[in-house]
Design a protein around this ligand. Structure first.
Ligand code: SF4
Length: 369
């Protein structure tokens, strides 16, 4: 693979406009649950597997070459990473490779079934773990079972409580914990119960900083919180919109946002979902390593349709500045994605700034090209 020489202009561009690289590492492509809202249990043929230690080490070793003011490493993609038999070893290695002084951090999402003592201690003892999102989506065993197809609700709740206790003994409220509830028809009656249940848990543990956030746009990054979001359907704008409206109705009714805020958010999200974009910022600040080492330019590419290289053959930085990555960026900058059907049909398009994609495309064209 030919890596490009990065011009000063481009270096300046990244320094000024792209402050951070988000690096996802898919430790495993399999899950111990089959949630109804998960887009990856949609009947499409899946290949599953675990990342080998060699691929993981190649990834970690090439992190050192990454030159961004901030680096967020997300060690999961389309699977439950705690199922990896070497999860604790991998987290420890990753933590040692990162430097908190350089704003390098780890964020993980889990269903907490395997959040046992060992995993909890490993996470809480790490110096760079910043955020742990735990998807629960229910406030009773019955609903949990309906949504996740699992009787393990109580085990998950206990694991989270134990995790919070361990955290209290170790790293001064880090990582922050986001307890996630995706609002949908199956669980909409339990939203208030979910909030009171977890408020009580936090109170009993003497944990004060606790917020309820209604969606991604208003994400508070500096405290623990209950995170209520809508059910995303990557294959359908209409379904995503319908789910978004349900979510906004519920959080307005229980007073998390006002009616005026609801109108504002809905107008913005309508624009986000339905306007033609043909420009996405992900290739400028994202890199995803699949479990087999293949690279995608974003985390919305489960089948690696946008193959950018393989970390077992080239370093991450080389791949990021490769001709292939650069060509994808050019097509995005020119707003012409017919040669990239995966992007053309994508409804994700990265960054909240995408409610005004043309402004950013024009700015990037001016500053990058
Ligand atoms: S348009 Fe979608 S698939 Fe393409 S780079 Fe952006 S997020 Fe990924």
């Amino acid at each position: 693979m030919k890596s490009m020489v990065v011009s000063k202009r481009k270096k300046d561009f990244y320094k000024e406009y792209i402050q951070q690289l988000i690096l996802s590492i898919e430790l495993c492509k399999c899950c111990n649950l089959s949630c109804v809202m998960c887009p990856y249990h949609d009947g499409k043929p899946q290949h599953s597997g675990f990342m080998s230690k060699q691929t993981f080490m190649n990834t970690v070793n090439s992190i050192k070459q990454i030159d961004f003011p901030n680096l967020v490493v997300i060690p999961y993609l389309f699977g439950e990473s705690t199922m990896h038999p070497q999860i604790c070893e991998f987290i420890t290695i990753l933590d040692q490779a990162l430097d908190p002084q350089k704003n390098q951090s780890i964020c993980l999402s889990t269903n907490a079934i395997n959040l046992n003592e060992e995993v909890s201690h490993t996470i809480c003892n790490s110096k760079t773990f910043k955020k742990l999102t735990i998807s629960i989506d229910a406030a009773s065993s019955k609903t949990y079972d309906t949504i996740k197809g699992s009787p393990l609700y109580s085990k998950v709740v206990n694991n989270v409580i134990n995790f919070l206790k361990i955290r209290k003994q170790t790293r001064n409220n880090f990582p922050r914990i986001y307890i996630q509830f995706i609002i949908m028809e199956e669980n909409k009656y339990e939203v208030e119960l979910f909030i009171t249940t977890w408020r009580k848990v936090f109170e009993q543990l003497g944990l004060k900083m606790f917020n309820v956030s209604g969606d991604f746009w208003e994400l508070e990054r500096d405290s623990d919180m209950l995170f209520l979001i809508y059910r995303w359907d990557p294959d359908s704008r209409e379904n995503s919109w319908k789910n978004n409206c349900l979510h906004k109705d519920i959080i307005t009714n229980i007073g998390i946002i006002t009616k005026e805020q609801k109108q504002f958010y809905l107008a913005r999200e309508y624009l986000y979902l339905f306007q033609e974009k043909e420009f996405c910022m992900a290739p400028f600040y994202m890199q995803t390593v699949h479990f087999d080492g293949n690279i995608s330019p974003c985390c919305n590419d489960d089948y690696n349709c946008l193959y950018m290289g393989n970390v077992n053959e080239n370093e991450l930085n080389e791949i990021f500045h490769s001709k292939r990555y650069e060509t994808l960026r050019m097509f995005h900058l020119y707003g012409d994605l017919k040669d990239y059907p995966h992007c053309h049909n994508c409804i994700f398009y990265y960054n909240e700034k995408m409610v005004n994609p043309h402004f950013y495309r024009d700015l990037f064209r001016k500053k990058y090209l």
